[in-house]
Design a protein around this ligand. Structure first.
Ligand code: PHE
Length: 372
């Protein structure tokens, strides 16, 4: 009965800290949610094995937001009102996170995302004010977009960029804007700025239009399902120029969809490379592989680091309440992660470097590190 369930829950709640998880475990970007959850779970398991937080074990309460805005909002409501979690981890994408931050703020429950990079996630663009209850452990898109613009201009030496973006995604729209600003500032010209939507599968007519404008570079700040089709179809049409991409390309599915040959001459910005020569990264990759059987992608790495950021905040929180956890998150400083050293700044973001990766034989290959 509901009554029985509740009393068990209450007894348990004395020795556990419930952590709400709102992730894309199925749908359009399912591989993001799966990886983020794996990394986050690995960290929480380690933290629990080491005694938990002041004797309390961390307990994940997770729901699938199905990569959908409406679902992400109802998952947040469920976590807050039904499960009464003091903190929500998620979502992966900027759009799905933005879909529930108002709910979290209205209920004064903090949100910690490892991955949502659009600036508006932590700062309300209408008021310019920092959102009190929203935090992230990753860099933001002005940095990611301009880094690709600079790389394209200075290293690939291209001058005529075409942009292909999902105009239903705040992430994609934001990155296109930041890239454009950076590319123009570097003396380049944006010869096309084309839109698609998340359900599109056939990009041939947009690509024909782009091809006729003769760009020497195509920037596609989007997620792997669409990116895979775009790159594949472009190559089939004889478009062989370099593609630039963003963290949203990071999925094993991309290679399955596009094929490794199509991915030749493609470069992306990302949060981490498993190939970095750092003992911390090596140790993480080894542990992750042992548990899940594959090499951790950036989502897994960010999920893992965010588990430790959360632990640092919980250790310092005066009590385990949403309010006290929110206050502690503001003061997170110098958490050494596999994606870099994490401190939460005044804008509730983490200033971290990024990597430029090149697809070589279908494998993301480390090219360059860019300081924050
Ligand atoms: N940055 C993406 C967004 O905001 C999410 C993402 C992060 C995807 C890291 C892949 C890797 O929507």
């Amino acid at each position: 009965s509901a009554c029985g369930t509740k009393s068990t829950g209450e007894k348990k709640s004395e020795d556990v800290i419930k952590i709400g998880v709102n992730l894309e475990l199925s749908g359009n970007v399912a591989s993001f949610g799966q990886s983020a959850l794996n990394g986050f779970t690995l960290a929480l398991d380690e933290i629990n094995a080491a005694g938990g937080i002041n004797g309390k074990k961390l307990e994940i309460i997770k729901y699938d937001n199905k990569s959908d805005n409406t679902e992400a909002a109802s998952v947040a409501t469920r976590l807050i009102t039904q499960d009464k979690v003091p903190i929500i981890f998620g979502a992966v994408t900027s759009g799905n996170t933005m879909a529930f931050i108002n709910i979290a703020e209205a209920n004064k429950v903090p949100v910690l995302t490892a991955t949502a990079t659009n600036p508006d996630v932590t700062v309300d663009p209408k008021t310019g004010k920092v959102r009190e209850y929203v935090f992230r452990t990753c860099f933001i898109d002005p940095f990611q977009g301009t880094a690709m613009a600079k790389f394209a201009t200075e290293e690939l030496k291209v001058k005529r960029a075409a942009i292909l973006k999902d105009n239903t995604s705040p992430y994609s729209v934001g990155l296109a804007k930041f890239f454009t600003e950076g590319f123009k500032a570097g003396g380049g010209e944006v010869v096309a700025d084309e839109n698609f939507t998340v359900n599109d599968q056939d990009f041939r007519s947009i690509l024909t239009k782009i091809k006729n404008l003769n760009p020497d570079f195509i920037y596609v700040p989007a997620y792997y399902e669409q990116v895979g089709q775009i790159v594949k179809q472009a190559r089939e049409m004889g478009i062989n120029v370099a593609f630039g991409g963003s963290d949203g390309w990071d999925s094993p599915k991309l290679i399955e969809i596009a094929g490794k040959d199509a991915l030749k001459n493609c470069y992306i910005t990302n949060h981490y490379s498993p190939d970095r020569d750092d003992p911390k990264v090596k140790e993480f990759v080894k542990k992750y592989k042992e548990k899940y059987g594959n090499v951790p992608d950036a989502l897994a790495a960010l999920g893992y680091d965010t588990g430790y950021v959360l632990a640092a905040a919980l250790k310092n929180a005066k009590e385990i309440t949403p309010e006290a956890i929110k206050d502690a998150l503001k003061n997170v400083k110098d958490v050494e992660g596999v994606t870099g050293k994490i401190s939460i700044d005044e804008q509730h973001n983490a200033k971290k470097g990024l990597v430029i990766l090149e697809f070589v034989d279908g494998k993301q290959t480390y090219k360059k590190f860019i300081e924050p």
